[in-house]
Design a protein around this ligand. Structure first.
Ligand SMILES: [Zn+2]
Length: 883
């Protein structure tokens, strides 16, 4: 047919045009002209802790590859007071700032000749509380409760320019040498070890060694009244640093780092290249972790572990975050993506590598399974492959590799698709190429690009060389186009036919796309995984006897859904006990997704649950807990809700009863996590016995904290908080105010946020306006109230009325997503319209994508709710009749 030929040609043309080239500095995107590059920076910073300002100076060794009349670099919210080039002072009007483009232009008196030059600048700026650039963190000191502050920096993707004027794009690598002046009793930390220090009249001047060649966003400076513990692996000094009195809680992080570093030294084939690696726990600033080379920063609760009070869930999260950030020391720091359109190379890779390493040392944790579902026993929002796949099925998704034109695009690139789809695709590719071949490719890649930058094309060519397979061809559809496929399997006797379609949710006109799918399958009862590359729209599996049961996507490792015809599905239901837990969880996830996508009735999913073998597999039950939690929140204020809650309790309660309240000796850590997960879930589902038991245990805990196992504290507090009366709420608040442990604080404030009494929800909302919590936690508190209290309307009304005060606590990125994030708990179409209207007159243009995503979510929930209610009623009725 002519049309399709034409389309094929066009498509081929498009993919060729899109196909990316190997890294080359000259053709790398970005705003800065490339004729002049920095080679070495020497930066000096002097913070003023009373005024919360700083003054700085720097000298930069430059190299000009063409004659220029002007220098163009990045600077933001800095006041440039002096500039000189090659020792010649420039007049003040030679200096021009362009705040909109975050640029500093320096007009030169004479043409700058090809060769090396020296630029010197003096500047000043402010230290803010916002967690971008140079920030300060107020905190309560452990033990004394005294009010202190510490200083920190956060530069990724484009905020180094708030600390010192620089060529702040990742391909402008240079060496950085920092000098800082701090109070005498402070510890100062940066990427490299201290080279020298001396007492001066305003404090202590600390000079750090120069870094190797690296990107500007990887610089770090942290200072305060800090303590540390240390160890050594090979030639590398490892330290865990925390505010005074807390360093010993870094013991677990220190031991984990030592283990992880050795694993990576071996895996990458290039040893960790810096003399030291610091894991730094910071008491505020931002909520996550940042892989600054040699000085990784973590929000305290992601690094510190108190064996007496912390939970098993915290322990696992700490290990995974350390494994992720430490993987970045190679993938991200030693080799850096050329530009932010390839951010997935950093993040998808570190996520995959971190999970692989965590799984290697902790087989008990079922890391990949936990990645596949949304593990959230303490109900802190977790991001998992499931969430990424759900987002990737929507109209608002994007390709892993996406055009990034400016700073706000770069900020927006840090999303589920970049992290989770990237990780998921790499896992699928690794299992297709084989573990050893894949590692061989990674070693080639690191060796070829160390101390330099790279593109996705460079990774594919290293993997192609190692495997002899056309990796770029397989990968293109997964990284350069949005979405993913569903494979539809039909059996007719021995014949098994497959076809693929794009899998879409709430996206009826999704453009059709094809993928090359690294497909795996198993014949139930045979201990072997088969694989082939499905290259076309349709395909066949080799003949298999009609009475054998087939399961596609072995272990759920592939990033695609599967839809079986009726007889194949029935056969699978009959063979569930012979499948491993990975495959059963995969069937649960796929069938729930098919229901969401309106490809199946909810009876497909609930029918599968009814057929599962008895037992208490954590991942299996957590998948169900998550789906039930979604339905329970969706039905808020709806008569079907009570019926559903009764049904959901009847499914989950027997598993809890099997586990019991008291931990059994030698039980697996998974049982402990599942116990907590079920307590929180059953509490939400209005299980009166569980609620009463939580209240009793909380009272006992208040009198004797050791009476409640650390693993259960978050769950018990959240149930108690949800059903709290005034006195209980005040007690939780008092405990939250008193503790200096960030993990405990989080438990109590999460519990406060969950109160279903609207009067208490209003009281909790007021906390977001105070300074009780670090600024980075204030807006998330409002989001938690919207989600857990069951009163998203109360939260939104409050946010609307206090928007200015709330947004003052966050930066532009946080401001873009805050209002939209509060709408995703609504399920009325009118709310989607309300958000659109609100956004038009109140939100900046940069929030357009966040608004579109939230509008899509509200519209989907509205549609899904209408569809789901009669299906649930019918299913629950039939079940009751049957019993
Ligand atoms: Zn990362």
């Amino acid at each position: 047919m002519r049309v399709s030929v034409a389309l094929t040609v066009l498509f081929a043309l498009l993919t060729t045009m899109d196909a990316e080239e190997s890294y080359e500095f000259a053709s790398t995107p970005g705003k800065l002209p490339k004729q002049v590059v920095p080679l070495e920076y020497s930066i000096r910073t002097v913070p003023d802790l009373n005024k919360l300002t700083f003054s700085g100076s720097e000298s930069v060794k430059l190299k000009a590859s063409a004659p220029v009349h002007e220098l163009v670099l990045n600077s933001l919210e800095l006041n440039i007071t002096k500039a000189s080039i090659d020792g010649t002072q420039l007049s003040p009007d030679a200096i021009k700032l362009d705040p909109n483009n975050e640029l500093l232009m320096i007009a030169l008196p004479n043409e700058l000749a090809i060769g090396e030059h020296s630029l010197a600048l003096e500047f000043s700026g402010t230290i803010t509380q916002k967690g971008r650039g140079f920030y300060y963190m107020p905190y309560q000191e452990q033990g004394t409760g005294a009010k202190k502050i510490a200083l920190g920096t956060q530069f990724e993707p484009s905020d180094a320019r708030r600390f010192f004027p620089c060529w702040d794009e990742p391909s402008f690598r240079a060496r950085f040498q920092l000098t800082a002046v701090v109070p005498e009793n402070w510890l100062a930390v940066s990427n490299m070890p201290v080279e020298s220090e001396r007492k001066i009249d305003i404090g202590r001047e600390v000079r750090f060694q120069a870094t190797p060649s690296m990107s500007s966003y990887l610089n770090v400076f942290v200072a305060g009244e800090l303590d540390l513990i240390e160890t050594k692996v090979a030639e590398t000094q490892i330290r865990v640093i925390a505010t005074k009195g807390k360093a010993e809680w870094g013991r677990y992080a220190l031991e984990s780092t030592a283990q992880i570093l050795q694993y990576y030294n071996d895996y990458f084939g290039v040893r960790y290249p810096l003399p030291k690696l610091d894991q730094i726990a910071i008491p505020g600033g931002f909520g996550g972790a940042m892989e600054n080379w040699g000085g990784i920063t973590y929000y305290e609760s992601a690094l510190l572990f108190d064996p007496k009070k912390s939970s098993a869930a915290t322990r696992q999260r700490i290990y995974e975050v350390i494994a992720h950030e430490t993987a970045h020391q190679w993938f991200g720091d030693l080799v850096t993506m050329a530009w932010w359109d390839n951010l997935w190379l950093n993040e998808g890779f570190a996520s995959w590598m971190g999970s692989k390493c965590t799984a290697h040392f902790n087989p008990d944790w079922e890391v990949w399974l936990a990645k596949n579902i949304q593990r959230d026993p303490t109900r802190r929002t977790g991001i998992a492959k499931e969430v990424a796949m759900e987002g990737d099925a929507r109209s608002t998704t994007h390709a892993i590799q996406q055009a990034v034109a400016n700073e706000s695009d770069a900020n927006r690139a840090f999303d589920d698709i970049t992290y989770r789809k990237g990780q998921s695709f790499l896992r699928m590719l690794e299992s297709f190429l084989g573990e050893d071949v894949f590692r061989g490719g990674i070693r080639r890649y690191i060796a070829a690009h160390k101390y330099s930058n790279s593109t996705t094309a460079d990774l594919w060519s290293a993997l192609s060389e190692a495997s002899g397979k056309p990796v770029d061809e397989i990968a293109a559809a997964w990284t350069e186009q949005p979405g993913f496929p569903v494979v539809i399997m039909k059996r007719d006797g021995k014949k098994i036919s497959l076809s693929q379609e794009r899998f879409a949710i709430n996206f009826p006109k999704a453009p059709a796309l094809d993928w090359k799918i690294p497909l795996t399958w198993l014949v139930v009862g045979e201990n072997k995984i088969e694989s082939r590359l499905m290259t076309g729209k349709i395909d066949n599996l080799p003949n298999i006897a009609a009475d054998r049961v087939i399961k596609l996507n072995a272990n759920g490792a592939g990033n695609y859904r599967v839809q079986y015809d009726e007889s194949s599905w029935k056969a699978l239901l009959g063979a569930l006990a012979k499948l491993n837990v990975e495959d059963r969880v995969n069937l649960l996830s796929d069938s729930w997704a098919l229901v969401q996508a309106n490809r199946a009735d909810v009876s497909l999913y609930l029918g599968l649950i009814g057929k599962l073998p008895r037992g208490h597999e954590l991942a299996e039950r957590d998948q169900i807990v998550n789906a039930f939690d979604y339905i329970n929140r969706l039905l808020l204020g709806n008569p079907t809700r009570e019926t559903f809650q009764g049904y959901a309790r009847s499914i989950l309660r027997p598993t809890f009863d099997e586990l019991g309240w008291a931990p059994k000796k030698s039980e697996s850590p998974r049982d402990s996590l599942l116990r907590a997960s079920l307590i929180a879930a059953l509490g939400d589902l209005n299980d009166q016995e569980i609620i009463a038991a939580c209240k009793k245990r909380f009272e006992k805990f208040v009198a004797d904290p050791d009476s409640l196992a650390p693993d259960l504290r978050a769950a018990v507090c959240s149930v108690v908080g949800h059903y709290a009366d005034d006195a209980t709420w005040d007690k939780l608040h008092e405990l939250g105010l008193k503790t200096t442990s960030i993990e405990e604080k989080q438990n109590y404030y999460d519990a406060l946020a969950a109160a279903r009494d609207p009067k208490l929800a209003a009281k909790a909302l007021q906390i977001s306006l105070t300074d009780e919590l670090p600024t980075s936690r204030a807006l998330p508190l409002v989001g938690k109230i919207a989600r857990y209290s069951g009163h998203p309307d109360v939260a939104w009304d409050f946010a609307k009325a206090n928007m200015k005060a709330l947004l003052a606590k966050t930066d532009a990125v946080g401001a873009n997503s805050f209002a939209p994030s509060l709408f995703v708990f609504f399920s009325e179409k009118s709310r989607a319209n309300e958000l659109n209207t609100y956004a038009k007159s109140n939100l900046p243009a940069t929030s357009v994508k966040e608004v579109a995503k939230a509008v899509d979510e509200v519209e989907f929930r509205a549609e899904f709710k209408q569809r789901l209610m009669p299906q649930l009623d019918t299913w629950i009725n039939t079940q009751t009749k049957r019993n």
